[in-house]
Design a protein around this ligand. Structure first.
Ligand SMILES: Cc1cc2nc3c(=O)[nH]c(=O)nc-3n(C[C@H](O)[C@H](O)[C@H](O)COP(=O)(O)OP(=O)(O)OC[C@H]3O[C@@H](n4cnc5c(N)ncnc54)[C@H](O)[C@@H]3O)c2cc1C
Length: 369
């Protein structure tokens, strides 16, 4: 089945992962993206640390397995000579002023570590002083849990790495706005492209695409604003990410850069602006947990539209009743972590191979607009 041709729409982590996985299996694949403002992948914080999440059940299962797939993904990219992903296993600090909250996080991390001891690495309860030695701007008076396996990537770099690797393996990329004509035909600007399969990985815009065929999935845009700071003269390369057990976090990158965020603006629509309230929120949250960032330079604020699913679960698989049409969306706030695992599974599904990772994630039998 590896000769089955596929058109992938969307170059975020969902589409780029599927593109690479198909090309790696020798399948002819073309990826189309229109470069819309607000791509979630380009704004992502890129944190790979699912183990302290308070969410349980099937979502948490995919989230944890997604993180465990990352070493395999990096090895596969390296096999084709793509080594720059800005991935670093720099550790994670779960912090809170209430030790009981950190106790609860520790229980979850240890439980999940039992299944993936090498990925999670060492887990240690450390005091506030040691936490500040690892991340100096932190406030005092916090309890902290150190997780050795906490990782981070730059969403833009890893997206480009997947696209580059897919092209090296024979995949083709095309810039343009795609419109579905039927299950296997897509108009891109003035051309009509056809293939044996079409994968709609349009992120928050997926329903714009599916609507042309009278279909929809329960996904809507959720704006996320995230601000990048720099601490001149300070090397943050090996600093861990910081998780205060809320939606807020701090993530350090190579050089002197720290990203702080992010807003979760449900109901935002397709409005990819930096707003005064969003800017206030991310900076206030950052300085409350890390007052040592008060003198940092503000570099930029990135805005991404997360494809937020109604029930937290991603929607990935064949569209029932449609021959050759597949969807990959609904990754919400966890797409950088889960996208590569699910993209690899979707590539197998497209080629007719087993993809048990997608069990329970397929679109419903009547995804009508
Ligand atoms: C601020 C922020 C921080 C985040 N932090 C993390 C994190 O730390 N860890 C984590 O795991 N996840 C994180 N996420 C979530 C993650 O970024 C998303 O889940 C993921 O990027 C979604 O990827 P996607 O490919 O589905 O969508 P997108 O990345 O939005 O890509 C969709 C693409 O489809 C294209 N497209 C749409 N319609 C068409 C069309 N008709 N024709 C052509 N192209 C089209 C768009 O232009 C876009 O490029 C974060 C998200 C945000 C916004």
């Amino acid at each position: 089945m590896a000769s089955r041709s596929t058109l992938v729409i969307g170059s975020g982590i969902a589409g780029a992962s599927t593109f690479f996985a198909l090309a790696r299996r020798g399948a002819p694949v073309t990826l189309v993206d229109d470069g819309a403002a607000g791509q979630a992948t380009a704004a992502s914080a890129g944190i790979l640390q699912p183990w302290s999440s308070a969410v349980e059940g099937p979502f948490a299962d995919r989230y944890v397995r997604g993180a465990a797939f990352w070493p395999e993904l990096l090895a596969r990219l390296a096999e084709v000579g793509v080594t720059r992903t800005d991935h670093r296993r720099s550790g994670a600090l779960v912090v809170n002023a209430d030790p009981a909250q950190v106790d609860a996080a520790e229980e979850r991390v240890e439980r999940r570590r039992a299944a993936e001891p090498e990925v999670v690495g060492r887990v240690e309860r450390i005091g506030g002083d040691r936490a500040r030695a690892l991340f100096p701007p932190l406030a005092s008076g916090l309890d902290a849990l150190w997780i050795e396996g906490g990782g981070r990537v730059d969403g833009r770099t890893v997206r480009d790495a997947l696209l580059d690797a897919g092209e090296r393996l024979g995949g083709v990329r095309r810039r343009g706005h795609a419109v579905l004509l039927d299950d296997r035909r897509v108009r891109v600007d003035d051309d009509v492209l056809s293939a044996d399969a079409v994968v709609v990985a349009g992120g928050a815009w997926t329903n714009d695409l599916l609507g042309a065929l009278g279909l929809s999935v329960p996904v809507a845009p959720q704006r996320g604003q995230i601000t990048h700071l720099t601490l001149p003269g300070v090397d943050t390369t090996h600093w861990p990410s910081v998780h205060p057990m809320s939606h807020h976090y701090l993530v350090a990158f190579d050089g002197s850069r720290i990203a702080v965020g992010a807003t979760r603006e449900t109901g935002s629509g397709f409005d990819a602006r930096v707003t005064a309230a969003g800017q206030l929120q991310v900076l206030r949250d950052a300085l409350s947990i890390a007052p040592g960032l008060a003198d940092a330079t503000v570099l930029e604020t990135r805005v991404g539209l997360r494809p937020l699913p109604d029930d937290a679960m991603p929607i990935v698989g064949a569209v029932p009743g449609h021959d050759g049409l597949f969807v990959a969306t609904g990754y919400g706030a966890a797409g950088l972590t889960m996208g590569p695992l699910l993209g690899d599974a979707l590539a197998r599904a497209v080629l007719g191979d087993p993809a048990p990772e997608l069990d329970g994630l397929q679109p419903s039998s009547s995804p009508r607009a």
